[in-house]
Structure formats: structure tokens, C-alpha cells
Design a binder for this molecule. Structure first.
Ligand code: ADP
Ligand code: ADP
Length: 225
């Protein structure tokens, strides 16, 4: 079974003055362990698609399944990373990583040990007691990674996660993400408008294309391998 399955998904935003059709009739299957980079011009609905998978945006129509289950809202099985890492400024790196398990009442000795191991993995062991404002841009991204990974998500959803980083930090994060993917066999949906980044990272690259108000299609680009 597919890790992610969209069937005829539609989404229209209704404002006071106008309606914006973001997605119409979109279907997509992603196999478990695939690293899909999704390209498309700005405004074509990439973030909406990701938001639907994350459970932040309800679809108007169609079927949305992750690991065979209908998406009804956000859940720890889907890790989400945006361009700006969202960390709680009043919590330390370690407390940020442990926030999810704690909020779910699932904080155990093992979880705490895992948090420390994850902080080691992302190179923040020495910064476990630092607050977000004490971290560099790359470090904040890695902290956000650790916070998502502690939930053992089966799918990682990323919306232009490295768009705001300088070239060197970005290259470091790309390398880190590829290592992570190879080690954990996660399914990754990575939205970007950077063709070079998409072909560098993805083992599958697709374009979301179509006009507003029409059926949109996710079209695969054959990659030389
Ligand atoms: P992309 O990520 O490809 O740039 P989006 O998914 O952000 O595209 O947007 C798709 C379309 O839906 C755009 O026309 C955008 O203006 C519109 N849209 C997105 N979010 C909202 C919203 N919350 N309210 C109204 N319109 C929205
Ligand atoms: P990144 O690639 O994570 O953005 P930087 O290039 O900003 O990292 O910083 C390089 C190194 O400098 C970091 O790995 C860290 O060891 C150190 N560093 C960065 N910010 C701080 C800080 N606020 N306090 C102490 N050391 C720092």
C-alpha cells in the first residue's frame, strides 16, 4: 500500500470577495521510503497540498490517506518542517524536543534518553540547555528536526525548509537530510521551487501543474540514474 495517497483532491479558499481554487482533482501516490520533491510555480498549490497531508488544511473533496488511514487532523505520524523553524522561545533545545511527548503524556525515561541521543545526532548536544535565540539559523533547523524525529514520523513533510538559509548552511542541512532519509527509510515530501535542489535531493521529482479552476496534475519528471 502507498504511504501517501491522494485521490481527486480539491480545495477552494472562499474569501469575502472571491474564491481561489488551489487544487482540483489532484491524485498522487507516494511509496513508503520515497523522497519526493514537488516543484511548481508559486501559487500553484504546493503548500496547500502539504497542509492537507499535514492535517492543517481540510480538503473539500477527494480522499487523503497516510499509511492507509484517512487524514483528519495533525498527528505525530506526520512530521512537518517549514522554512522558519517554530521553536518555543521560552523552552530550551531539550525542552523543545521533549515538548510533544510531554504534551501527549508520553514522557518516559526512554524518551528523555532518546532526546539526548537525537540532540547528539543533530550536533546540538552542547546546546541542549540553550534557548532558541542563542542558536544559529542552522542550529534552530536541526533542533526543529530533532523535535519532529522524536515522534518517529512515518512521513516527513517539508515546505521549502532551507529557503532562508545561506548557501553553506543549506548544503549542510541537505546533506544531513539525505543521511537521515537513508538511515531511517522515511517517506519524505519536500516542496521547493528550486529545480537544482529538487534534483539533488529527490529520488523522485514531480511538478504540480495546471491552471486555476482546472484539474491539476502531479507529473513525474524522469530522472537520469
Ligand atoms: P504554492 O505553495 O504553490 O505557492 P499555495 O498552496 O500557497 O501555493 O496557494 C495556492 C493558491 O491558494 C494561491 O492562489 C493562494 O493565493 C491561495 N491560498 C492559499 N492559502 C490561502 C488562504 N489561507 N486563503 C485564501 N487563499 C489561499
Ligand atoms: P550553522 O551552520 O548551524 O548555522 P553557524 O555557521 O552559525 O552554524 O555556526 C558555526 C558554529 O559556531 C556552530 O556549529 C557552533 O558550534 C558555533 N556557534 C554558532 N552560534 C553559536 C552561539 N550562539 N554560541 C556559541 N557557539 C555558536
Amino acid at each position: 500500500p502507498s504511504a501517501v495517497r491522494l485521490r481527486d483532491v480539491g480545495k477552494t479558499f472562499r474569501g469575502r470577495r472571491r474564491r481561489t481554487s488551489a487544487l482540483e482533482g489532484v491524485s498522487l501516490d507516494i511509496e513508503a521510503g520515497e523522497f519526493l520533491c514537488l516543484l511548481g510555480p508559486s501559487g500553484c498549490g504546493k503548500s496547500t497540498l502539504l497542509g492537507i497531508l499535514a492535517g492543517f488544511v481540510p480538503a473539500d473533496s477527494g480522499e487523503v490517506l497516510v499509511d492507509g488511514r484517512p487524514v483528519k487532523g495533525p498527528g505525530p505520524d506526520r512530521g512537518v518542517l517549514f522554512q522558519t523553524p517554530t521553536l518555543f522561545p521560552w523552552l530550551t533545545t531539550r525542552q523543545n524536543v521533549l515538548y510533544g511527548p510531554k504534551a501527549r503524556g508520553a514522557l518516559t525515561r526512554e524518551t528523555e534518553e532518546e532526546a539526548d541521543a537525537l540532540l547528539e545526532t543533530v550536533g546540538l548536544a552542547d546546546f541542549r540547555d540553550a534557548y532558541p535565540h542563542e542558536l544559529s539559523g542552522g542550529m534552530r533547523h536541526r533542533a526543529a528536526f530533532a523535535r519532529v524525529l522524536i515522534n518517529h514520523p512515518s512521513v516527513l513533510l517539508m515546505d521549502e525548509p532551507f529557503g532562508a538559509l545561506d548557501a553553506i548552511t543549506r548544503a549542510g542541512m541537505q546533506r544531513f537530510l539525505l543521511e537521515l532519509w537513508q538511515r531511517h527509510h522515511m517517506t519524505i515530501v519536500f516542496v521547493t521551487h528550486d529545480v537544482e535542489e529538487a534534483t539533488l535531493l529527490g529520488d523522485r521529482v514531480a511538478v504540480l501543474s495546471g491552471r486555476p479552476g482546472r484539474t491539476k496534475a502531479v507529473v513525474d519528471i524522469p530522472l537520469p540514474r
